[in-house]
Design a protein around this ligand. Structure first.
Ligand code: KIV
Ligand code: ZN
Length: 499
């Protein structure tokens, strides 16, 4: 039996942008839309055209970008919303109509009949103007079931191409979702979409139950962004559809991690490390027994391989580490440690772990060097660092480093003093060794304005990635130290013959 295909409507650029604190510029929206198209989503809800001038500019850019996906604008049941969508040249409108008595009484102050009349009038208007219409019942899961069916059936009779059932406040359970979607899909002759929110942490489970029970389309956002607890996460839903439920989507799964990172960068909403599928720990193994199992056969602790979703496996060295993981990492570095050396290294990593520290790559290498009697020499040394900041100047930094016998001087501007210092140091580093900063993370170790901070950076020279830490009472110094520790590690390893 061929697998049934479920359509994916991505609403990162509309519901996802409604995440508190998130606002995307038109160019950022366009970049995300291109990535979503490349990922293979069927419909991109690009925004609500009525919102603002900038929003219309963004939707127009996306409509004109020649993407394969259907481009859709959110619209309320008012003609001016459809006019705004038409101005942006979209393919379709997501026509949203509140249907619960609660919403009708407190939000619209209208009767069911009035709302149905308005909604059908606007649906007709949009269809007559050549738009496809997805007709959404907002707060459908708190709507009297007979009225929900009545208004959805009337919309289908009017000619809309799809309907959507919104679990606006996330109150479905997988059981009630299965029942609701099997009842509705049996009675309607157009595809029914599921739009689930995560207020009780069940958006993904409810969306999957809906798809299994006949829903032909799922509404999702990248990283599960969205109002309050967010929407069903695209990466979770599509992976589970294909790997657990035997349903098909058009998504290229191996681009999921990359798209997640892009959305994280543009929205500024960090992906929690333990986030399923795309979190930094999704394929990280620390515990001794787990790492041993994964090294012997990855399937022991990985339900799917990281490559399936474009992610990577990572062994983390902390207090649960086992000797197998240490030995394997050292062999990967081209070293041949004795059993005693492996044990000593493992003891030191555990000792740091007991003090609450995760061991960075640079720290692990320093332990290895000490235990195995290997020399380490700083290739780059900080000579001088100056940072100027204040309310009347653009934060500026200049840095002087010694690189072998040479002195290198660079300067950088930034949005703050740390950014300025990092930009100066990045210039030095990129100039000398083509090393790039991939991630920057700062933690306060103690409280108060005199807190000691720990900065962890992830650097790459294209071939390898290292993490390194800098710790200081001065956040600028901690940042610069972390950078230089990582750079020195990469350069020294390279000198030793490409570990
Ligand atoms: O959650 C919801 O009900 C919505 C609609 C406005 C479509 O996002
Ligand atoms: Zn929503």
């Amino acid at each position: 039996m061929p697998k049934r295909r479920v359509k994916v409507l991505d609403t990162t650029l509309r519901d996802g942008e409604q995440t508190p604190g998130v606002a995307l510029a038109p160019e950022q929206k366009l970049e995300i839309a291109r990535a979503l198209d490349d990922l293979g989503v069927d419909v991109i809800e690009a925004g609500a055209a009525i919102t603002s001038e900038g929003e219309r500019r963004a939707i127009k850019l996306i409509s004109k970008a020649g993407l394969d996906a259907e481009i859709c604008s959110f619209a309320r049941a008012v003609r001016s919303d459809v006019d705004a969508a038409l101005e942006c040249d979209v393919d379709s409108v997501h026509l949203v109509v509140p249907t619960s008595d609660l919403h009708l009484k407190y939000k619209l102050k209208k009767t069911r009949q009035e709302v149905q009349r308005m909604a059908l009038d606007v649906a007709r208007y949009a269809l007559d103007h050549g738009l496809m219409v997805e007709f959404s019942a907002e707060d459908a899961t708190r709507t009297e079931p007979a009225f929900l069916m009545k208004i959805l059936s009337a919309a289908v009779d009017e000619g809309v191409q799809r309907v959507c059932v919104c679990d606006t406040v996330g109150i479905l359970t997988p059981e009630s979702s299965a029942k609701l979607f099997s009842d509705i899909t049996k009675q309607l002759k157009v595809p029914v979409a599921a739009h689930c929110h995560d207020d009780f942490g069940m958006a993904t489970a409810n969306t999957l139950a809906a798809a299994r029970s006949g829903a032909g389309e799922v509404h999702v956002t990248v990283n599960g962004l969205g109002e309050r607890g967010g929407n069903a996460a695209l990466e979770e839903v599509v992976l589970a559809l294909s790997h657990l439920h035997g349903l098909r989507t058009g998504i290229r799964l191996n681009k999921l991690y990359q798209v997640s990172k892009l959305v994280e960068r543009h929205t500024g909403v960090p992906v929690p490390p333990n986030k399923a599928v795309v979190g930094e720990n999704a394929f990280a193994h620390e515990a001794g027994i787990h790492a041993h199992g994964v090294l012997a056969y990855p399937g022991t602790y990985e339900p799917v391989s990281p490559e399936v979703v474009g992610h990577h496996r990572r062994l983390v060295f902390g207090k649960h580490v086992g000797t197998h993981a240490i030995e394997s990492e050292l062999r990967r570095m081209g070293l041949k440690p004795t059993k005693m050396q492996v044990q000593k290294i493992s003891d030191q990593v555990k000792h740091l772990g007991d003090r609450g520290k995760m061991v960075t790559d640079a720290e692990l290498r320093a332990i290895v060097d000490a235990v195995m009697g290997r020399k380490f020499k700083e290739v780059v040394k900080l000579e001088e660092l100056t940072v100027v900041s204040g309310n009347r100047v653009t934060p500026t930094s200049s840095v002087k480093v010694k690189f072998g016998d040479k002195e290198v001087v660079e300067s950088g501007l930034g949005i703050g003093p740390v950014d300025a210092a990092m930009n100066a140091i990045k210039k030095v580093v990129e100039g000398m060794a083509n090393i790039r900063l991939k991630e920057y993370h700062v933690d306060a170790i103690s409280g108060g304005t005199d807190a000691v901070v720990s900065v962890v950076v992830k650097l790459t020279d294209g071939k390898r990635i290292v993490t390194a830490r800098g710790t200081s009472g001065d956040i600028i110094m901690a940042s610069v130290q972390a950078m230089l520790n990582g750079v020195n590690r990469l350069l020294w390893d390279r000198k030793l013959g490409g570990l």
